[in-house]
Write a protein that binds this ligand. Structure first.
Ligand SMILES: [Zn+2]
Length: 97
């Protein structure tokens, strides 16, 4: 198994896409903090292993043990994952599973 790709998820904001500041997935505040969400395997014949990281501010991170906050976080992450496309080493695109 090769090393997983790393993919950052966030909602589009006014921030540049290649910057290191994006809006927090839960509260929309601008943050540089990334929080590991989960590992996802993309692709069917070719498997691409991806570690998904979400932009999450430290305030929301502390609140993840709250069930309601965690549900918002999880729902938003899943929604964002649905829309991402991953490229493998041969530059072939793979949709989320
Ligand atoms: Zn937040």
């Amino acid at each position: 198994m090769s090393t997983p790709q790393k993919f950052d998820i966030y909602y589009d904001s006014k921030m540049p896409n290649d910057g290191w500041l994006q809006s927090c997935i839960v509260c929309d505040i601008i943050t540089s903090k990334l929080h590991f969400y989960k590992n996802v395997t993309f692709g069917t014949t070719i498997k691409v292993n991806v570690d998904i990281y979400s932009y999450l501010c430290s305030t929301c991170k502390k609140k993840l043990n709250n069930k309601d906050i965690f549900e918002i976080y999880e729902t938003n992450c899943e929604e964002l994952i649905t829309n991402i496309t991953i490229k493998d080493q041969s530059n072939q695109s793979h949709q989320s599973p």
